[in-house]
Design a protein around this ligand. Sequence first.
Ligand code: GLN
Length: 548
Amino acid sequence: MATKYIFVTGGVVSSIGKGICVASIGRILKSQGLSVTVVKLDPYLNVDPGTMSPYQHGEVFVTGDGGETDLDLGHYERFIDIELTRESNVTAGQAYLTLITQERRGDFLGGTIQTVPHLTNEIKSRLTGLAQKSNADVVVVEVGGTVGDIEGLPFLEAIRQMRNEVGRSNVFYIHLTLLPYISASEELKTKPTQHSVKELRSIGIQPDALICRSDTEVTRSIRDKLSLFCDVDPAAVFPMPTVGNVYEVPLIMEDYGVSRILSQTLGLDGSCELSDWSQLVAQMNAAEHEIPIAIVGKYVEYPDSYMSVREALRHAAASCGLKADVRWVHSEAVERDGPDAHLKGVSGIVVPGGFGPRGVEGMVDASRYARDRQVPYLGLCLGMQVMVIDWARDVAGLRCANSSELDPDSPHPVIDIMHGQKGVTDLGGTMRLGQYPCRPQANTHTARIYNQPQVMERHRHRYEVNNRYRESLESSGLVMSGLSPDGELVETAEVPGHPFMVGVQFHPEFQSRPNRPHPLFSALLGQARNTVREGSQLPFRRSKSWSF
Ligand code: GLN
């Protein structure tokens, strides 16, 4: 079978869940027995989101091969349960960089480089290249932004050209739009969608299907109207109401017949079997008790910055029969008001990753609070570093201990720049990125949790535990519970005599799946369930699997 391409564009407004819809289409196709890969096209000029602020871009999702990518790749990996590479995120910056590098080399000698055909060819070759490399039956392509954006035009032109290049029967276009609800007249409006489709057609793309996001029910008559005005088969106008649990989206799509329409048009084999997924969703939705878990971060006003952390907590909570009640706690607020004011009553604390000194003292305070009050704690990357800093200051007697990233003048830089990072001047794509091995050490929580001699985890950092201080940290009791295979790098640390206080130099959240919660998050949740906090409504229930 020739590779099939499904292109998903967006219209009307952004942030209406295109990534979730694309991930759900991927899930449906995989549940039909097809092999799937996904690409996110990002029309911005950055080469990757690695140097962008979380406020601009949300989380940077790290792939196993060390790509710093769009957070939508996290949705794809979680929904489809696949492992993607950096090639699944193509930006305008990458395409231009390739072309301009070739031009400087003289590859185009005598020629003029143009948006069409050179830029569009570069975009297309990245899509066909990935299709070939992955050997997938279907490549689902999400075009970032909304139709009408100036910078999106080369990408839309490229996907338009793909229809002729790979054959009309191998291409399917889906347009995702919003139907706004006007409360005065109590109706959903189709006009913005009609305009958006008109805009898309002016570029030469006629959508084969519409996905219509709305907060209220999309009636048959609205679907018929959209079908008529947008020239789309009425059966291919799919409503997508707002749901409480995003993992329901594949089920809703399939109820509206998405796999049938895709299969008919593209000639796909197999029938979609979502019963496992539906069981998973039922389990998530059946959880009655909410367990309060604080995420103490510096970007919490914009929770997209911690997308995978939140999802990993949800997965782990569901597997323990609980619902994670995520409390977003600003580390600067903890710094200002003290931890009691913000952390009282929580059953677990997660301190996630971050860069730069702002708000870090609040994270150190949160770590001290978790240690003193025996609150289960999971530190992710920076969250591990603050745990080590707190221990160094308070237990190992290293006054003013810090990370040299946060205080270059600290007398005790217990966290220091990694050896290979010294002298690095370019900031893009130069951190220690992607999958590296970690060996859990015998008789530690970490070893019991992983129950494997070596694990692979995804990294994104420049700083590490300073080996000059390992001796004093260890002799004061801190347990270096996971090391790199050569023993040179502290990958995980834990506080002894605490029900669960583990810090990891990596980001386990990227490997969590709804059907396979990450063991560290499951361990945190299992232990949090045992911890009855003041103000918590949770009935006391001792976990069998994670009681140490
Ligand atoms: N800023 C720290 C470092 O570079 C932590 C990075 C992170 O949390 N991802 O090591």
